[in-house]
Design a protein around this ligand. Sequence first.
Ligand code: MG
Length: 380
Amino acid sequence: MKKLAILGSTGNIGTQTLEVVDKYPNKLKVIALSANSDIETLEKQIKKYKPLAVGVANPQKAKLLEKKVSIPVFSGKKANLEIVRMKKYDTLINSVVSLAGIEATLEGIKLKKNVALANKETLVAAGEIVMKEAQKNGVMIMPIDSEHSALFQCLNGEKSEEIHRMIITCSGGALIDKKLEELKNISLEDALGHKTWSMGQKITIDSATLMNKGFEVIEAMWLYDLPIEKIKVVVHPQSIIHSMIEYSDGSIMAQMSEPSMKLPIQYALSYPERWSSPLKRFDFSKDLTFQEPDLERFPCLKYAFKAAHEMGTLPAAMNSANDFMVEQFLNKKCKYLDIARVIKKVMDNHQNKKNPNLADIQEAIKKAQQEAKKFLFEGK
Ligand code: MG
């Protein structure tokens, strides 16, 4: 029986993780949950899964929930850390959105918990530190993302020295067919209309700018200890091949399935076993097509490759500027093309610090956010 602490349990990945728990109640047990502010959903989850404690990042919401339930409610910025420090679970699932997830992942690693990671920012902003800690503590990080789960599966039984390159597939996002001219006046609704994946709003916008793919490239570099030069992105609109590894002899291993996040979630929890799943089976009458990503229309992917080359605090600054800009776009405070424009300015202005510690990264995150705000609203 795996005992789970799920950070971000009311979000898209969190709720799908709980659906996997529903299917395997004899193999998976919920010990703790946390949410940002959606206490209505969290209260329902408490009734159903009977965790020993929960965390709520929003202090006002935490207070409201505390009055309604009889278990401890950790509150505020440190709520996730309090959950991670609980003794009675063995597997930490981190599906917190944005940069708030980094400290929780690091703490879980230090406590030698199994870590299933859906929080991209952990590796994008702090990959160097996180992987060093994981190695030191003998912790394997299981990815909860279709691409990294695919790469993990394609690596099974192979030697990493024999990898020629990793090929990360990309649906292309909601705007793949738009011309540059059309991208100028893209509405929020257009950018949120993803064709093959249904995900949270933040990641759907990251998908529409290809920044999500840029994040995944950086994550793959850290997770599989591969130089960035050996990682390639290919657009594959059907989202059936989730990623591939080409070996030195020219063989390419691919992992395929109908697109569903439940598969990588379940595999992260079942590994090294495979459990049956109700996943729709692939229909071989479908065409699979590939194309090169267009870095002119979607420059965020180019910026992510640059950040991966330079490392240091630059990926954290890029990530932070992106977090800020996507939030503005979701609140209709800026245009779609402003996202990439401001990220580039923040990166160009960033004084990169190599071999950063966590404080350096947190400083870079704070500064990049202030700069993005300045560039967007003051035009500086
Ligand atoms: Mg993905």
